[in-house]
Design a protein around this ligand. Structure first.
Ligand code: FAD
Length: 261
């Protein structure tokens, strides 16, 4: 089975900083990591390859430093990686990103399954997987917690608000994974050494047949009207060290002071 995994490199930060002028995330000077959900996506691809054979190709679109994220995937056992890096891709919103990824899948040509993370921890829209599936005309199942494949049919356990749905879908298919699907493996020292020596292939707009008219900032319909860091509210107060009756009385007193009761 041939599997393509889309991964994104994201800033390794608890607090996202925003440039108020450009309304984009400030990425400079912040260490980057593979988006946590995408590590689960790579792990699931490796598990399926171990079961069914085939090849795992990991793809990312991002600036030159995103090559490091691909090396991490090689270190845990990906067969091939592709780095989509071109000035033409700069400023792409989720739709333009999906156009680049869909064009790449078409160029790769042969795949049975595409695996994405549920969402990226920085942009956080969860749009890229579904949009890419639409552009490729593929069936898609999001938020998956388990997948089994038999005779070209995937049986999927999908995480829902009130439990799980069991869905059957034919291959080729695009899925997005949640964190509970597996526990990503750690790279071996040998794997790391091999990955560090690897040449990372870079594909540009011309290689996948996309142009400035379809990708990048000008081809991105999203308009960011306003973006800001949420104002931190006071930390609140926990009433403790008293019995429940006294705690309720104290709470009512405090709410009364605020004019809330
Ligand atoms: P989600 O949709 O939450 O990601 C879901 C899954 O899709 C991921 O888990 C992963 O599997 C896959 N995926 C997402 N992104 C990628 C990727 N890049 N490569 C491979 N797989 C991926 N970002 C920049 O880095 N540089 C810019 O210049 C830039 N300009 C922007 C301009 C505008 C107007 C807007 C609105 C956004 C811009 N962004 C830019 C942000 C960028 O559009 C998003 O980061 C990107 O489209 C992914 O969206 P997301 O982070 O919400 O991912």
């Amino acid at each position: 089975m041939d599997i393509v995994v889309f991964i994104k490199q994201v800033p390794d930060i608890g607090e996202v900083k925003i440039d108020p002028e450009t309304k984009t995330l400030i990425r400079q000077g912040i260490p980057s990591v593979v988006n946590p959900f995408d590590k689960n996506a790579v792990e699931e691809a490796l598990l399926l390859r171990e079961k069914h054979g085939g090849k795992v190709t990991v793809v990312t679109m991002g600036p030159p430093q995103a090559a490091e994220a691909l090396k991490e995937c090689l270190a845990v056992g990906a067969d091939e990686v592709i780095h989509l890096s071109d000035m033409v891709f700069g400023g792409s919103d989720t739709l333009a990103t999906s156009r680049v990824l869909a064009a790449t899948a078409k160029k790769i040509g042969k795949y049975d399954l595409i695996i994405c993370g549920k969402q990226a921890t920085d942009g956080d829209t969860a749009q890229v997987g579904p949009e890419t599936a639409e552009l490729l005309g593929l069936p898609q199942v999001t938020n998956i917690a388990a997948i089994e494949i038999t005779d070209g049919i995937a049986t999927i356990k999908r995480e829902e608000e009130c439990g799980y749905a069991i869905i059957k879908a034919p291959l080729p298919l695009l899925v997005s994974v949640t964190k509970i699907i597996n526990e990503p493996r750690l790279p071996s020292i040998k794997g790391r050494m091999k990955a560090n020596r690897a040449e990372i292939p870079v594909w540009k707009a011309d290689d996948i047949g996309v142009t400035r008219e379809t990708v990048g900032l000008k081809a991105s319909p999203t308009r960011v009207v306003k973006i800001f860091n949420p104002v931190r509210k006071s930390q609140g107060q926990i009433i403790q060290g008293v019995g429940s009756q006294e705690a309720v009385e104290l709470l009512l007193e405090k709410l009364g002071e605020q004019g809330l009761v």
